[in-house]
Structure formats: C-alpha cells, structure tokens
Write a protein that binds this ligand. Structure first.
Ligand code: SF4
Ligand code: SF4
Length: 407
C-alpha cells in the first residue's frame, strides 16, 4: 500500500517500522474473514483492513478523533488476522504503534485514563491484587454484575507439594519459570503442577525472585516505556540464572510467553539490553514446547478425561503453536473432543474483558457454546486470562492443561 508518513513520525524507529508494515498490506481484506470483531459488528472499521487504514491515515497526518481510538480499542490484539494474511502483515506490531500514537494525538477522557492506570497498577502488583481478589469475594453480592464476574468464585485449588523423592528422577536439568503477576493469586496450582510434572522428568524449575509481570499489560494498554522497564527488570532478574546454565525460560501462561519471545524486538534499539533481550527471547519456551520433546510414558494418566481444549490466541496466533498441547494430552491418554471455531478468540484478551465487557461477553458465549457442544468433562486452556474469563460463565470446570498430566 502506497504510504507517505507525516513529518512527526516518519524518521523515528516507530515510523520506519509502521511504514514497512503498511507497505506490506495489499488491502485484499482476506483477514476480515477471521476477525472476531468484524464477525460480530460487520463494520469495515472493526476489522483488520479498516483498522490498518485508520492507522495509515493517522500516521500520514490526517485528523485523528475519538472515532479512531474507539475502533482501535475494540481490537482484541488476538492476531488471528496475522495467521490469515497471505502477505505476512505484522498487524500486532502495527497496532502497538497505532495505540501509542492515538493516545498522544487524541487523549482519552480523565475517567478512562484513571481506569487504565489503575488496572496497570493493580494487576501487576500481586501484593495489591491478591487482597483485592479476597475483598471482592467477600463483597461479591454488593458488586455490580460487570465487576462481579471478574472475581473468581471460591479459593484457588490447593497447591500440592512435590512428589516423594522415590517417584522423582534426580534433577539433572534446570529451567527458569516465570511466576507472572495475576496467575499466582488466581491459579497457584498451575506452576505447582508444572513443577511436579517436570520433576518426574528430571527437570527442576526455579523462579527468579525479582522477576515480575512480563510487560504485556503495559504494552497492550499503550504504555510501551513502562513495558520496556518491566522487560529490563526481568532480564536483570534472570541473567544470573542464565549464566549458571538454566537451559530454558518456561512460560506456563501463553500470553506471557508471546510477549517474552518478543523482548528481543522490543529492546532492539537499547544498546545495553538488546543482546541480552535477544538471548532471553531465544531461551523462552512455552511449557508445551518443553514437554513436546520428552518421553511422556511416565505421565500417562490413569484417569483419562473427555476434554475440550481452547487454544489461546497468544499460543496459536502469537507463538504459532498449534496442536502441540492437544497432542500431549492425547499421548497422556485423554480424549480430545473436536471444537468448532477453535481459531477464534474467547474475548478475554488481557484487560479487554474489563474494558470491552459487551463484546467480550458475546465472544465468550459463542466460544463456550462450541466448547461445551460435545459434553466435555473439563475445558482446558493454556493462559490464565482465558481460564478465568471462560470459568466465569462455564457449566463445566475450566483448568490449565498441565494439571491433567498428574496422577
Ligand atoms: S492485512 Fe493481509 S489479509 Fe488483511 S488486507 Fe492487508 S494484506 Fe490483506
Ligand atoms: S487482532 Fe484480532 S480483533 Fe484485532 S483486527 Fe486482528 S483479528 Fe481482528
């Protein structure tokens, strides 16, 4: 697509990247066919092609209004359009730039700014988020319905200790694991199960105490500098472990994995961190990538279940990992049920379900109707956001898939 960027951005790193992405789009519109918001709203400006056009106009210096921001806000950043696009347009990177620029050219009302700043602060601080979840559970009956559904029912599953020494192979390998920001409070059983499962394979998981949120929350709420600060902090926290022969950095939430695998890109212009960031990204693996190559005979389950699996967008479109977890669960003895429209987003999308509750609710209802269509005993997924969002309206339990590899 012919593009002439405005003076305010054309010579910046953002401008150069945006221009090259815009030029790769041939405006064919194939991507609209798999865009969840285009399917729901049927408006060209709520599909990827229309949003790309809006960003092009903005970056070329044409007037920007709240309308541009509204259509970019409605995008889930699910990156389904990237998977569909025959021209390899890197839509996810373009929308990150577009959101940053629209925020500056068309500032939000104070209330929206406050809500977003509050979400960034609360969700990334486990010592604040944990007590707020407990408070929300105590006051559940008094909360408005839009807020109530984001408060998990009941306590997280009990965290079991590692199995006895006799059932664990001596750990000959060591990997880092990211604890994350919301997962330790909403589903501490996930990383605990990952530790136990990998212990059976002779792999010890260690966490760096100073690591925290991967940066995705800031990145997707148009705060790229804060996101880069979170990335640098994690790199500093992980570096001593990397130097002492940790062979991989394991992600148990695919949303975090998708972001950490792009640290190298986000910090490529930082002379102090560029090389380290590229190394961190290269070492990062989704938990399924670790198990994919292992002998899973020892993990074959004695309690096979009928499972409907929801592949998060950050796994299938962000990391391009499709069918890996389904294959692992089948090898472990479970029955995986076919699920229609498995390529579509469930509506969770980070903070999207809080900021766009109506669209998120419609997408969840559609997703759950497909997941529950063949009567599964359980729904499994690979990202804490999808898990919590689906669980709030599901008739069957929603779990992280790693918990299904335990006896
Ligand atoms: S993003 Fe890809 S699929 Fe969509 S209009 Fe551009 S070239 Fe076509
Ligand atoms: S990222 Fe998802 S919601 Fe956004 S334009 Fe692409 S397909 Fe549509």
């Amino acid at each position: 697509m012919q593009t002439t960027l405005a003076d305010f951005i054309k010579d910046t790193a953002q401008g150069k990247e945006a221009e090259s992405i815009l030029r790769s789009c041939v405006h064919c519109g194939f991507c609209n066919a798999t865009c969840p918001t285009y399917q729901l709203l049927g408006d060209e400006l709520d599909g990827p092609r229309g949003r790309i056009y809006l960003m092009k106009q903005m970056l070329e210096g044409q007037p920007v209004t709240a309308v541009t921001r509204v259509h970019l806000d409605r995008c889930l950043t699910c990156r389904n359009c990237e998977t569909t696009c025959p021209s390899g347009v890197q839509y996810g990177r373009l929308i990150d730039i577009g959101r940053d620029v629209v925020e500056q050219l068309s500032p939000r009302p104070a209330g929206e700014r406050l809500l977003r700043a509050g979400l960034r602060r609360i969700l990334q601080t486990p010592t604040v988020f944990g007590p707020m979840v407990k408070l929300g559970q105590g006051l559940r009956g008094l909360l408005p319905s839009t807020l109530r559904e984001h408060v998990p029912t009941g306590s997280p599953a009990t965290v079991m200790p590692l199995p006895d020494g006799e059932t664990v192979k001596p750990a000959s390998r060591r990997m880092l694991v990211l604890e994350g920001c919301v997962q330790p409070n909403l589903a501490p059983e996930t990383n605990a199960a990952a530790r136990r499962v990998l212990a059976r394979l002779g792999i010890a998981l260690v966490a760096a105490p100073d690591a925290g949120c991967c940066g995705a929350i800031d990145q997707h709420l148009a705060a790229p500098e804060a996101a880069r600060a979170a990335m640098r902090r994690n790199i500093d926290a992980w570096w001593p472990f990397i130097e002492s022969a940790c062979e991989a950095i394991v992600m148990t939430a695919s949303g975090c994995g998708s972001t950490v695998k792009e640290y190298g890109h986000h910090l490529r212009h930082d002379p102090e961190y560029a090389e380290k960031a590229a190394r961190v990204s290269a070492l990062t693996k989704d938990l399924s990538e670790v198990l994919r190559d292992e002998d899973l005979t020892a993990l074959r389950t004695v309690k096979p279940k009928r499972i409907a699996f929801h592949p998060p967008c950050s796994l299938q479109h962000g990391q391009k990992l499709r069918g890996v977890i389904e294959n692992i669960l089948t090898r472990a003895g479970h029955e995986l049920l076919p699920v229609d429209e498995s390529h579509l987003c469930c509506g969770s999308a980070g903070t999207y379900s809080i900021l766009q509750p109506e669209l998120a609710g419609q997408l969840r209802a559609r997703k759950l109707s497909h997941l529950q269509a063949r009567g599964p005993e359980l729904i499994a997924s690979a990202n804490i956001g999808c898990q919590s969002h689906l669980a709030a309206a599901s008739d069957v339990p929603v779990v992280h898939w790693i918990t299904l590899l335990e006896p």
